[in-house]
Design a protein around this ligand. Structure first.
Ligand code: FAD
Ligand code: SAM
Length: 653
């Protein structure tokens, strides 16, 4: 998916007070009122609220988020319904979103003022992403895709129950209603999916019919004689790629009580997965070999989170941005509700002049995602003299990772059973489609239809050590107590080559870290403290007096894939043969077996998004990440790359 910067809507009001778009020369909703239209056309036209009653999950997809009135009316109807579904997921695409100020303006007299205010509070930076806005203790999710509808629809991985088609009038806004759009809707439709739109255009009806929808007229409102409603009833149901189907065994358990997964490893990856599965209504058993959770890589005293910018905005930058947009919410809850140490006051990432100018000129990013600062502007932010320009990530910050992991388990509540002090030595698939995880003596520790390997470098040995390019890197961090820092402390974390993290409260500075492949020495080394001190001097731009022989710190290991992306998704069947294996999504999978590993040096930033992506893949919920990025983190990418190398002629055909 190519990155196109988002141009916000220019919102104006006509003399009669109707919100109007000069870009499309059209009104946002009919004179009869946005909520009247939402209830009559979109809710009633899709058989709502009846159709969601008693359901575990109901998924709506809207084309054209606009002012958000349809979303607010749907959320309000869900709230008002005592028989509402457990989870409402509302996906919407918008090319020209309102700014937060315009959103406030347009909802100043909203019939649902509390919901409108919550939407404004959660309004994201206007970047071309699939933003996840969570409400009602995670029971209502708005997945807001910013960008063009035709670019986004093929990127959704979702099974949709109801479509709201709400572009501007087809004559003024044809891209929202054409054959490609209708075909893409058919690809996303769940069995029995319905659609509704105020448009009665015959060309639209023809496109929808070709895409497998049976459409009919229904009485309109507000001077409109007819609207269109429809049901998905295709002659042939398109087959989904293996990576996009829920594990068969898992589906079987969906109809029983809460479906159940085993997670191996209780670091950031495993704890976040337990939380994200609980969010989807799943129970999990979390097995950890240590006596305490988060005591290996995730046991560092503190760590940073922030985005990444790159001139090409390739998969690495895009995945990091998606993750950096999601993690602040989890950290905010950890700090505010659970008293975990951390702050979301921003992070400065130093750059060299040439690369800074190149990236700055390539893409305009909104200020609430990242700001380009000169050395003097960066110095003013940091409170000390810096010699290089910097990227300032206002939603970046730092947190105690083990504390964050604990809050994920607290949020999963009784949905997770944590079992520390058990080391998994082997996995066995039994005849009843369950996985058993075994200890060193072959005894079963637990069994479930789904297993997630979230045990960092120890995951691949449990899979028979597939030859994937992932390596273990030793890292030593150093810590200077407040008394040893007589120089001005930065007001916020500073990163570049390494980082300096002023830990709030005790005045100490955490810095480092080293990166050593093939090194399993767990002792703190004086030479590494010296290397970290030299790096700190380069970052802060002044000499530092400290006795490396007496410094404290911590050693841990990062587990990093060569392409610097995490490994998240269903375990590929490496013995599989068949067509299109050069694309990860077409590689067959081992049923019920998943990975959440290789978080490298970004486990804090990545774990919330990674966990939600994985929980969605496991449970069949809409995935909060675009398909091209799901492919980029899919464990099957290693298999696909091998196939591409093995048969270059075939793949180029
Ligand atoms: C020096 C250093 C600095 C870092 N700084 C940052 C930073 O600033 N920001 C950031 O985002 N990231 C940072 N990271 C990276 C971050 O710490 C990791 O990405 C993250 O902790 C990995 O989490 P994890 O859950 O995958 O692995 P881990 O935390 O290692 O968890 C894996 C768990 O699995 C358990 N386990 C393994 N095998 C078994 C088994 N067979 N049975 C049962 N349990 C098992 C282990 O005991 C462990 O608890 C840093 C890492 C290092 C080393
Ligand atoms: C009628 S308004 C939607 C009103 C909205 N559903 C509501 O409840 O407020 C149509 C919206 O479609 C958006 N739009 C137009 N063309 C688009 C495109 N190609 N891709 C995505 N969105 C588009 C417009 O910016 C506009 O906000």
């Amino acid at each position: 998916m190519n990155t196109t910067p988002i141009e916000p809507a220019v919102l104006t009001f006509r003399d009669d007070g109707q919100p109007w778009s000069p870009r499309y020369d059209d009104i946002y909703h009919p004179h009869a009122g946005a909520y009247t239209q939402a209830r009559h056309v979109f809710l009633q036209g899709n058989g709502l609220p009846d159709r969601w009653q008693g359901r575990d999950r109901f998924v709506v997809l809207e084309t054209g988020f606009g002012l958000g009135n349809n979303f607010l009316a749907t959320w309000q109807a869900w709230r008002d319904d005592p028989l509402r579904c457990e989870r409402l997921i509302y996906i919407s695409v918008e090319a020209h979103p309102l700014t937060r100020d315009d959103l406030a303006r347009v909802h100043a007299a909203s019939p649902a003022p509390d919901l409108a205010a919550a939407l404004q509070d959660a309004w994201p930076p206007l970047t071309p992403n699939l933003h996840l806005l969570a409400f009602e203790e995670d029971r209502v999710h708005l997945m807001l895709a910013l960008g063009d509808v035709q670019a986004w629809l093929p990127e959704f991985v979702a099974s949709v129950d109801a479509f709201y088609l709400d572009g501007f009038a087809p004559a003024r806004n044809p891209r929202m209603w054409d054959q490609r759009v209708c075909k893409a809707l058919g690809r996303l439709a769940a069995p029995g999916a319905t659609l509704a739109t105020w448009s009665a255009a015959s060309a639209l009806r023809a496109h929808l019919t070709t895409a497998g929808f049976q459409v009919k007229r229904s009485p309109g409102i507000g001077g409109k004689r007819d609207i269109t409603i429809g049901r998905y009833a295709p002659v042939h149901v398109p087959r989904r790629a293996p990576a996009r189907t829920i594990a068969r065994a898992a589906v079987a358990t969906l109809s029983s009580s809460a479906p159940h997964a085993i997670i191996i490893g209780a670091g950031l990856a495993g704890c976040a997965t337990a939380w994200a599965l609980a969010e989807q209504g799943w129970r999990s058993t979390l097995i950890e070999r240590q006596e305490r959770i988060a005591s290996e890589a995730s046991g560092n005293p503190a760590g940073l989170f922030h985005g990444v910018v790159h001139a090409q905005d390739g998969v690495h930058a895009r995945f990091n941005r998606a993750a950096a947009l999601m993690i602040p919410d989890a950290v905010r809850i950890a700090i505010e509700r659970y008293g975990i140490a951390g702050a979301i006051d921003g992070v400065l990432r130093l750059d060299d002049d040439e690369s800074h100018a190149r990236v700055r000129d390539a893409l305009p990013w909104p200020d609430d995602y990242v700001q380009s600062l000169s050395a003097s502007q960066a110095s003013a932010k940091a409170g000390l003299a810096l010699r290089r320009p910097a990227w300032f990530y206002p939603r970046g910050g730092w947190v105690d990772p083990a504390g964050l992991a604990r809050t994920w388990l607290a949020r999963a509540g009784t949905q997770v059973d944590v079992r520390c002090g058990f080391e998994v030595h082997a996995l066995r698939r039994s005849d009843d489609d369950a996985w058993r995880v075994l200890d060193a003596h072959g005894a079963t520790i637990a069994q479930a239809p789904v297993v997630v390997l979230a045990n960092a470098a120890a995951a691949l040995p449990l899979l028979g050590r597939p030859a994937w390019p992932i390596e273990t890197l030793r890292g030593q961090l150093s810590l200077l107590p407040a008394a040893a820092c007589p120089w001005p402390r930065p007001r916020m974390p500073i990163a570049g080559a390494g980082y300096a993290l002023p830990v709030q409260g005790d005045g100490s500075i955490l810095f480092g870290a080293t990166s050593q492949a093939g090194d399993d020495d767990a002792t703190l080394r004086e030479a590494d403290h010296r290397a970290n001190l030299a790096q700190l001097e380069r970052l802060l731009g002044h000499a530092i007096e400290a006795d490396a022989a007496r410094m404290s710190g911590r050693v841990a290991w990062r587990y990093s894939a060569a392409d610097r992306m995490p490994v998240i998704g269903a375990v590929p069947d490496e013995s599989a043969t068949g067509p299109r294996l050069d694309q990860p999504r077409f590689v067959p999978r081992l049923p019920g077996l998943y990975l959440h590993t290789a978080l490298g040096s970004r486990g804090i930033t990545w774990s919330a998004l990674g966990a939600r992506v994985l929980a969605a893949l496991i449970s069949g919920a809409p995935v909060p990440l675009e398909a091209s990025l799901i492919d980029a983190i899919d464990p099957a990418r290693f298999v696909s790359r091998q196939r591409r190398r093995a048969t270059p002629a075939e793949t180029s055909r």
